[in-house]
Design a protein around this ligand. Structure first.
Ligand code: ATP
Ligand code: MG
Length: 198
């Protein structure tokens, strides 16, 4: 099938959870996307490398979580690219891969989008793709700078106040994470002993 409308869901995915999956699926349906590619980042521009889990673990949980959705794929482009992960490089890479015959929808949560001003080459990035910002509890998209507001599509989703930070904390404190993320991911976390201390 030829891909005309492509969703990109970037993230640290440390670990991936139902908030990410639900947001991606909702965007896929609302914007009639042919495919959504999850792109785990190598080194988030805003976090130190040693604050996050091994890239291979983050990649594998993302694969485990997305394998039962035929429209979801996972890409290693950012993991394979040295240095900090800039979304603009990723978007350009996918445009090239599809010979510019594709419209890219860059999916983020409200928190990520509120920081877009500080992203590398954000004004160029916003011209290359359609931004989709999903509502997320605690983050008000009305605060957004006007120059960005007119270029994004805001997607209202049922409030899911699930975060990777909270999941890591729950594991560390011995609390349950069942139903916050897919079972395969939960099993992987326990098998590999992730997040026990941090
Ligand atoms: P952390 O707590 O470590 O920052 P996170 O839960 O925010 O993790 P990220 O990997 O940082 O997850 O997020 C990747 C993308 O998914 C971001 O665009 C973020 O806004 C979005 N996202 C994460 N959780 C949710 C959620 N519950 N609802 C909507 N969007 C979300
Ligand atoms: Mg985050």
């Amino acid at each position: 099938m030829s891909i005309k409308r492509l969703g990109i869901m970037g993230g640290v995915f440390d670990p991936i959870h139902c908030g990410h999956l639900f947001t991606a699926e909702e965007a896929r349906i609302e914007f009639k996307l042919d495919k959504v590619i999850f792109v785990p980042c190598r080194q988030p521009a805003h976090k130190r490398e040693n604050d996050i889990s091994d890239p291979e673990d983050r990649y594998l949980v993302t694969v485990l979580a997305t394998s039962n959705n035929q429209f979801f794929k996972v890409s290693k482009v950012e993991l394979n690219r040295p240095g900090p992960s800039y979304s603009i490089d990723t978007v350009k890479e996918f445009l090239k891969k599809y010979h510019h015959g594709v419209k890219i929808f860059f999916i983020t949560g409200a928190d990520a989008f509120l920081e877009v001003d500080s992203w590398y080459k954000s004004e160029e990035l916003i011209k290359l793709c359609q931004f989709v910002a999903a509502t997320r509890p605690g983050y008000d998209l009305n605060k957004l700078d006007k120059k960005f507001k007119k270029n994004i599509k805001i997607m209202e989703i049922p409030a899911l106040s699930i975060s990777s930070t909270d999941i890591r904390r729950r594991v560390r404190e011995g609390k349950s994470i069942k139903y916050l993320l897919p079972q395969e991911v939960e099993e992987y976390i326990y098998k590999k002993g992730l997040y026990r201390k941090m």
